[in-house]
Design a protein around this ligand. Structure first.
Ligand code: HEC
Ligand code: HEC
Length: 297
């Protein structure tokens, strides 16, 4: 009796596995679940920019900075290290020490480094735009510069290096991303207006629960209690939680835009923050968590 039952159960299980195998196989063959675009479009039309290249070149540096990676920037800085130190009080070499250079005047100070006349003639400050231009092509920025470095042609790499430099004594706020660029390239319009689902957000917020409580009057832990955070001032109140200087320096309020930027990449939002959380890369998931945060007050 029980033998027979086992046999039947066994066959049922077996056919189930086979069916599963087939559906996954056919999924692979027909890609029924994805509407993939071919990576290369069928034929090139003369004079028409291809989406990939055109799109990449058109991504503004502000958008790349928003997702830039300090650690990758530090790795890329090895290309600069033959001539530059970046630590506080580091020596000048072939090039000047770069600690705190973002936000400072071009070709000034730096322990009396002997800048070229070409760079001195530029004037102005090193901000996100000027530094980006400089690192793209130093000679085009200041014809006659003595920085004999070809430049970094990859915009994402420049963005990474810039957020790394910014983390060393500058801590400037990241520039705002132009509205057009905030929508992902490739015309995925549906992603432009993501509507958050608070219930799903509550699920996702389990990722935060190791460090945060959400209930009104909940205790501070590794991170501050987050009840009523939407609409409040950044890094203030919260029962006297000891915020990092980096986050305190940001100022402003937690609204949809700042929360989204923060949750996407805390370190890019406030280089030097003590929230050791990689961020949520999925825009829909961020929107869900933000919707949930609005319900906890
Ligand atoms: C081969 C040596 C060399 C390399 C490599 C190099 N630099 Fe330079 N850098 C210089 C020199 C020399 C100057 C001064 C330029 C001048 O006076 O015209 C300079 C100037 C600068 C300045 C301006 C500093 C100021 O106070 O105005 C910045 C910023 C800078 N470099 C960043 C970088 C970064 C970032 C990299 C790597 C991606 C890099 N450099 C790679 C030699 C180098
Ligand atoms: C590993 C611990 C940790 C995790 C996980 C974590 N946080 Fe944080 N969070 C912190 C710390 C620490 C701070 C204070 C940051 C500072 O002062 O730089 C913070 C600060 C914040 C702030 C700013 C509060 C204020 O008053 O300005 C918000 C908002 C926030 N976290 C949301 C979240 C959300 C949402 C998640 C989950 C998706 C999350 N955090 C995951 C540790 C964490």
């Amino acid at each position: 009796m029980s033998d027979r039952f086992n046999t039947i159960a066994g066959w049922t299980l077996f056919s189930g596995i086979i069916a599963l195998g087939f559906s996954s196989l056919s999924g692979h063959y027909f890609r029924a679940d994805k509407h993939n675009r071919p990576e290369q479009m069928g034929f090139a039309i003369e004079g028409v920019a291809e989406e990939g290249e055109g799109g990449k070149a058109a991504t503004p540096i502000e958008a790349l900075l928003a997702t830039a990676d300090v650690a990758k920037g530090e790795a890329s800085f090895k290309k600069c290290a033959a001539c530059h130190t970046a630590n506080q009080g580091g020596a000048n070499g072939i090039g000047p020490n770069l600690y705190g250079v973002l936000g400072e005047a071009v070709a000034a100070g730096r322990g009396g480094f002997a800048f070229s006349d070409a760079l001195k003639a530029k004037g102005g400050k090193w901000d996100w735009a000027t530094l980006n231009e400089w690192l793209t092509n130093p000679k085009a920025f200041a014809n006659g510069t003595k920085m004999s470095f070809a430049g970094l042609s990859d915009a994402q790499e420049r963005a990474n290096v810039m957020v790394y430099l910014n983390s060393l004594g500058s801590n400037l706020p990241l520039p705002a991303v132009p509205a057009a660029a905030a929508a992902p390239a490739g015309g995925e319009a549906e992603a432009a207006a993501v509507v958050g689902d608070a219930a799903k957000g509550e699920q996702s917020a389990k990722k935060c629960a190791a460090c945060h409580t959400f209930n009104p009057g909940g205790a501070n832990g590794i991170g501050p209690n987050l009840a009523g955070i939407a609409g409040e001032a950044v890094a203030s109140g919260r029962g006297g939680f000891a915020f990092s200087d980096a986050l305190k320096a940001k100022g402003g309020k937690w609204d949809d835009a700042t929360l989204d930027a923060w949750l996407k990449n805390p370190k890019a939002f406030a280089a030097g923050t003590k929230m050791t959380f990689a961020g949520i890369s999925d825009a829909q998931e961020r929107a869900n968590v933000i919707a949930y945060l609005k319900t906890v007050k």
